[in-house]
Design a protein around this ligand. Structure first.
Ligand SMILES: Cc1cc2nc3c(=O)[nH]c(=O)nc-3n(C[C@H](O)[C@H](O)[C@H](O)COP(=O)(O)O)c2cc1C
Length: 187
């Protein structure tokens, strides 16, 4: 059982990072092999609409996404974590998401059914408390999960947390993140 965590914040040891670490700890304690990818440290171009993927399901661009495609395809569960930036996920996270158009093309254009099904969890944290704070990012992640053949099985959406590390003062967010990881690994 492999659980891949995709960390979308540029702020290391910030709120997203701490939540994802707890989720991965839960998955590890549940017996899973875990790996965390920090997208801000990777060189990943956005989708350029070359549409090589429509021919054979492979992106024409060669960069760190090559490795991330392999990791995504290899995982039994993917946890995507992001801060909310302008009512969506971070720009850093949108880069690999846009490149997963290649996997979408494999599934929905080339009708390639070889992309293994996996489970998906979304963790997000924003500073404000608006009712619609997560509407946009949830749609983005649901569609991303469709492309990588992940079922949207878990979510942890935290409002009202802003300063670096402030999530540690939240009454139950870190425990909830841990529980999500453990459930992904064990159920
Ligand atoms: C560029 C930028 C845009 C942001 N946009 C929003 C927003 O639209 N809504 C919101 O609630 N918080 C917004 N925030 C606040 C962050 O979501 C918040 O500080 C979060 O806790 C950061 O998580 P991190 O420590 O994992 O990076 C924004 C912060 C930045 C830097």
């Amino acid at each position: 059982m492999k659980v891949l965590g995709i960390m979308g914040s540029p702020r290391l040891k910030g709120n997203t990072d701490l939540l994802l670490d707890e989720a991965l700890k839960g998955a590890h304690d549940g017996g899973a092999e875990t790996e965390k990818v920090i997208v801000d440290k990777l060189k990943i171009a956005p989708c350029k609409e070359y549409y090589g993927c429509l021919k054979d399901g492979n992106c024409a661009i060669r960069d760190d996404m090559d490795d991330l495609y392999r990791k995504i395809l290899d995982a039994d569960a993917v946890i995507v974590a992001s801060p909310i930036f302008f009512y969506t996920v971070s720009a850093q996270l949108m880069l690999p998401i846009s490149r997963c158009q290649a996997l979408w093309a494999r599934r929905y254009v080339l009708k390639n059914l070889d992309i293994p099904v996996k489970r998906g969890a979304f963790i997000a944290v924003g500073a404000t408390k608006g009712a619609k704070l997560f509407d946009g990012p949830k749609l983005t992640i649901k569609y991303f999960f469709q492309a990588i053949n992940a079922e949207y099985t878990e979510e942890l959406l935290i409002r009202g947390v802003d300063k670096k590390g402030e999530i540690k003062e939240h009454p139950d967010a870190l425990a909830d993140a841990y529980a999500i990881g453990r459930r992904l690994a064990t159920s």
